[in-house]
Design a protein around this ligand. Structure first.
Ligand code: ARG
Length: 585
């Protein structure tokens, strides 16, 4: 709901009380977008819902409300329609004033949050010694977008990278490397990430097949947790190696993150278990410490335990998340904690959160939200793989997007007989290629699976990044062609609305505020993508129907200002998606 709707809602509520008395305080006037734009912009449906209670015909109720309704500065005189809808149409002068106000505002009418708060976005979070995969790519892109929107709204956002840098995998890996390549455990840069990943795979095979190896690996984990110097040193080297590789991806995607991995919470793990024990939630089961869960059962229908400490004394992924949750609430003072991971982890989140709730660790004013997303599929509809069946390296995937963009661009330049510098071509290819990957992800409802298709995401047609960036280039180009100085037009230059297409565009421009508010709540970036895509569509209709440069003043300047406002809205919206714009492409 945007500021205008808020205001209308308030006025309607006041009219309701004025008409029927204080008993009706707080009754929702049921203000919604008009079911048909022919009838106006909004309709209030409250009269129909009060008919029984008041013992009156809805139309009579509607006219009693309208009689007390004071909105003459916002709307045309209200009309009562059908069984008793109150139809409201915004006044042209009101719309014009709103537009003239946002055009002077760098935030384009989007206010900062009334109650800015500490918000944590836990995203990306790949695992050390393993390759970052497309699931992490989705988490990175979606998490970054959510963080950007919250930051824009003025919240204090902590972007956390909960990397998997602790646990059994290191025992395995270090034990294996001691055997086959000890130098990797003492010398920096002895391994590259490709080696690391294949050593990891081999170590895992050994671990699964060899009981003695398993035992040594377990002891190595214990040594790591106890802080044994050589093991700790080896661990640091391995982390450093992975971190470098992750950073390449973050740089390519322009992502800022603070690393606070699982190891950070190591010293808090014993207290988590102790406190759960004190709360009487822990039961021993075959030597493991468990909290039994409601609503989760095994195949035999018995309640499922969440193991918070294994029989060998080690801790699990969930224990670490419990420690992290407490830390974020107590130390970081977060009011909302958002976790961006694949849907496959939904059970993990509801399980450890159930335990945290049972232990009373989540204050009423703290919200915990799991933001799940679906799978990335190949064009064959199966899990996304390379032709040879391997997992796709993210670096290769991004490089491919950039090189394909470059090839498309070079073909287009040739066709148009244009000469551009190498620098220009590189920049366009990078911006468009990376943006295409981001936008293809963000424009889908995140809960659904999506098919990764270079052809589709790089197309200049449809709901794609190249199309959106081109829409910006075009709107910006038109306002530039007008050759007026938008910053210094003075108070006389005003947006004036006459044609239908101008109204449609204007109303859409005024909805940015509402869309941002929605995404802030629902954490669905695709809504912002849809908004921007519709904006470019409405702009195109406006541009087809309303001559800009050839119009007489004051219409010419007004229309140029609409172009400029559209360009700025596209730029701001794309920026919140983590997408850069270009002035030419
Ligand atoms: N490292 C995990 C993975 O790769 C994701 C961690 C998500 N964050 C969390 N607090 N559990 O699947």
């Amino acid at each position: 709901m945007n500021a205008t709707q808020e205001q209308l809602k308030l006025k309607l509520a006041q009219a309701l009380v004025a008409a029927f008395g204080a008993d009706y305080t707080g009754v929702d006037p049921i203000l919604v977008t008009a079911s048909n734009p022919k009838f106006g912009d909004f309709q209030a449906n409250v009269a129909l819902s009060l008919s029984k209670k008041l013992g009156m015909q809805p139309r009579a109720i509607a006219s009693a409300i309208v009689e007390k309704l004071d909105i003459s500065d916002i709307c045309e005189p209200p009309e009562i329609a059908g069984p008793g809808f109150i139809n409201l149409k915004l006044q042209t002068s009101y719309l014009e004033a709103q537009l003239n106000a946002i055009k002077a505002d760098s935030r384009l009418g989007v206010p900062t949050a009334k109650n800015p708060q500490k918000e944590i976005v836990d995203f990306s979070s790949p695992n050390i010694a393993k390759e970052m995969h497309v699931g992490h790519l989705r988490s990175t892109i979606i998490g970054d977008c959510i963080a950007r929107i919250l930051e824009f709204r003025g919240h204090d956002v902590l972007r956390l990278n909960h990397v998997g840098d602790w646990g059994t995998q290191f025992g395995m890996l270090i034990t294996y490397l001691r055997e086959v390549y000890p130098a990797a455990l003492t010398t920096a840069d002895a391994l590259d990430i490709g080696d690391l990943v294949s050593f990891y795979r081999q170590a895992k095979q050994r671990f699964d097949a060899d009981a003695d190896f398993q035992e040594t690996a377990r002891q190595e984990v214990v040594r790591l947790q106890a802080g044994a110097e050589d093991t700790l040193h080896a661990w640091k080297l391995l982390c450093e190696q992975s971190r470098k590789e992750f950073q390449i991806i973050y740089d390519l995607l322009d992502i800022k993150l603070i690393e606070r991995g699982e190891s950070f919470y190591n010293s808090f793990l014993p207290a988590v278990v102790e406190d759960l024990e004190t709360a009487g939630l822990v039961e021993e089961n075959q030597g493991a410490k468990c909290v039994f869960l409601d609503g989760f059962t095994n195949r035999e229908g018995e309640p499922l335990p969440l193991i918070v400490q294994k029989s060998d004394g080690g801790y699990n992924y969930a224990t670490t998340d419990l420690a992290a949750l407490r830390y974020r609430i107590q130390e970081d003072q977060a009011k909302r904690i958002i976790y961006v991971t694949d849907e496959g982890q939904a059970n993990h989140f509801s399980q450890f959160l159930q335990v945290a709730k049972k232990a009373n660790w989540i204050p009423d004013d703290v919200k915990i939200v799991h933001v799940p997303f679906g799978l990335v599929l190949g064009e064959d509809g199966k899990k996304f793989k390379t032709r040879s069946g391997d997992t796709v390296r993210l670096r290769d995937l991004l490089d491919e997007a950039v090189s394909r963009t470059r090839a498309d661009l070079e073909a287009r330049l040739k066709e148009e007989g244009r000469e551009e510098t190498e620098e220009f071509i590189n920049n366009v290819a990078n911006v468009v290629g990376i943006s295409a990957v981001k936008y293809a992800d963000l424009s889908q409802n995140r809960t659904s699976n999506y098919v990764f298709s270079y052809d589709k995401m790089l197309s200049l047609k449809g709901n794609t990044a190249p199309y959106m960036i081109y829409a910006y280039v075009r709107t910006q180009g038109i306002s530039r062609e007008g050759n007026i100085d938008f910053a210094n037009l003075g108070d006389n230059a005003k947006i004036i609305l006459r044609e239908d297409a101008e109204f449609t565009l204007a109303k859409h421009l005024l909805q940015l505020d509402e869309v941002i508010g929605e995404v802030e709540q629902d954490l669905l970036p695709n809504r912002l993508c849809d908004y921007l895509y519709n904006l470019s569509d409405k702009f195109n209709k406006f541009y087809e129907n309303c001559p800009v440069l050839k119009s007489e003043e004051p219409v010419r300047t007004s229309r140029l200002m609409l172009c400029d406002l559209t360009a700025r809205t596209l730029k701001l919206g794309l920026d919140m998606l983590g997408i850069k714009v270009l002035e030419r492409m």
